[in-house]
Design a protein around this ligand. Sequence first.
Ligand code: ADP
Length: 887
Amino acid sequence: MLEQQTLRLLKIISAPFLIVQPDGLIIWANRAMAQLLEREIDELVGKPLRTFTANDGQAVSKLLRLFSSSGNWLVGALKLCKTDLSVIDFPCEGCLFRPATRSEPALISIRFNQQLQFQALNQKIEELNTEIRRRMMVEAALRDSETRIRTLVDCSPLAIQVFAPDGTVIRVNKAWEKMWGTSLKSLRGLNVLKDNQLQAQGILTLLDRVFQGESLEFPLYEYDRSQLINVPHPNATLWVRAFGYPVITNDGRLQEVVLIQENVTDKVCLEREVEHYRHHLETLIEARTTELRRQQTFTEAVLNNISDGIVACDEQGMLSLFNRATIEMHGIDQETLPPEQWASRYRLLQPDGVTLMSINQVPLFRAFEGKPVKEQELVIERADGSKLSVLCSGQLMKDNNGRKLGAVISMHDITLQKHAQTQMLQAKQAAEAANRAKSVFLANVSHELRTPLNAILGFAQLLENDNRIPQDELRNVAIIERAGNHLLALIDDILEISRIEAGRSRLITDTFDLSATLQQLKETIGPLAKIKGLQFHAEFSPDLPHFVMGDEHHLRQVLVNLFDNAIKYTQLGEIHFTVKPKTEQTLYFEIADTGRGIADEQKRRIFEPFYQINGDATKGEGTGLGLSLTQKFISLMGGELNVESTLGQGSIFSFALPLRRADKLPAISPGKVIGLAANQPAPRILLAEDDLDNQQLVKQLLERIGCVVATACNGLEAVECFQSWRPELILMDISMPVMNGYRAIRAIRSLSGGEKLPILALTGSIRMEDRGPVIEGGCNGFIDKPVQADRLYEMMGRMLGLKFDYAETPRDASAMPGQAETSVTLSALPQEIRRQLADSAAILDLSAVQQIAEQLSTDYPDEAGIITRLLENFHFDTLLELCRTND
Ligand code: ADP
């Protein structure tokens, strides 16, 4: 136990002091302790320390264990409980108080140190200060952070809206104001949890969840801005993407709700637009695809059903398409082959059907190379060995950017056509040969008939003028002559028709003096009509052109034929001849008579060859070929012959012809010949010409150079003059009264000394191809009227072997009329060819002569031309003469 003295000492120390056993039982306490607990010392001793503390038993035991662990003073604290049950938190120190002997129990001294209490207080205050500083710093940091957050919120491009837990809006940022076009003020009274629009959008349910503490992303929704701020707003609808975040305090309370919104209207509109376009595009693509499919089906159907072959190659030049017809044509299928193998694989031959095509000849390859392929012929040798002729057309295929896509060709089978063509050609050749044979035959017959006829007519004419013939016999002679002339006309007409049918009758278009031609006709026809007691009226419009371009000879022939008929078939009344312009370049011709007319049913038939209205033939009036020839000539000249007629009253034959107005004819240049060369006897020339003006003109031309001239006004006079005067040369007009030139020539030829006499025919504009009958009639050449001096002298010179004196300045030779005739010679031809020609001409072998002319056309074009011209008129005799002359 403690020494008494120690205890007394302890009693008086002012610090409250306790001694307890290790189990906490108080065994001693001083006054200060009793006062601290506001009790008496006795109330404390013998009681457990825990009785006077507000600490739980465990805490007290723990403290006692701490103090009993060391002999040094250790600091602790107890919550002392006063009698009024108030509690003082009091710091204390305790240490183990070891007994002097082991048998004594250990005790624990506990002193409650006031100083300790202040120290603790100070420490507390210090801690408080530290805490206050820390809190102030935290607050400052919080303020900073809040400012930063506010700035961030304000600067955020996203609209941020903060709601109180009841759903009312507390704050909005600038982006929000911009997005909704309004401010916080306008939202007063609005509660997001009651928003009908959000309700309708189904957003409200989600928002409720946020207000219950869940963070959520909202599905895209559409918001009518005008509803939000109760003001109608243009472009009121907004598309919004939103996130909701609850702000929860540490103690789990909902402080506020943050709603972050993004205006995605533009994006949505764009997306919708894109969607719209996508949809539109899809529709288009679908329509296009359907159309393409339809086209493809159509193309396939066409390709496989057309009879033409279609072949294509791709951009690499590899075969890419054979339609059904192509496969059938080749007899083998399509293979993907390069161009160099096409010809050999598919046996593409040249049109000769033998030679294999080179790559550059193959139509598809040519098309692929961009060359034009139009109806190129080739032959396909089929797999079975048979051959097809085809025509190929094709082209290169390019896209819109000009990029090569390949090529395509079509093949049209012309095998049958070619076969038919060959047959036609053979038939044509046969027909032509037959036609030629007919022409040769006709020429031959006409020649054979003409010769005796000439004699018959010539002698008949002589008999007619022979005084010794009794009058009653003369009638028989007249019959002979009339029948002979009829036969001659018939032969001429048949020849003309055969010429037209053989396509040999051609127009010779040149400038001619229309007024002179019409005047001449008027003067010729007028007297003939008068002889028959008919009146003749010619009415020429003053608007007629003087000179025209046309075929004068044919026109004259047509008009003469129609006049001939008009006079023939009119017994009483008149013949009216009208010519007037129809259009700018067309002239109208009309011959009207008051004759017997033509019945309707015969109007068409009269144009048929050999058709004559009953009885005409028997009367020997014409051949029945006149109108047929006339109609053909008119149509050859570009017109159409029409007839209007009333039986018993008369007929009108009319036609219109294109006759273009022309400039004046070139003036006849004075000849270069000025006279006969010296030491030549003056040639005696008989000039038979009924036109006295013309007669005078030619006579003067002849006399001027020293010829002796006798004249006759008709054929009969000419025959007589020939007999009495024996001229060296006769110039014979063809159309003359009493006896025409043909007949006169024929008569002279039949007289002794007349056979070889040079006779030149004077003709009004006779065409090359009509020289035949003139020459066949017995004349040696012809001179066109109006007579040109050059031509006259040149022909005379040739016939009589004359030499002339010429003027000093010769004119341009090329301008001399008749130049062509001076060079009519075949001397340039090799002798052998001339001999062949002569042989063929002698037997009138037209085709043989034609063949020779064709062979000569390259090396001897002039000579070939001469031969062809002679042939066209069956002038075998002239040809024969030319061949022999040059021998
Ligand atoms: P032809 O040589 O017989 O005159 P055409 O061919 O010239 O032959 O005429 C055929 C027929 O048309 C004549 O036979 C004649 O009956 C009839 N014909 C032609 N012209 C006339 C006309 N002007 N008036 C009456 N009949 C005509």
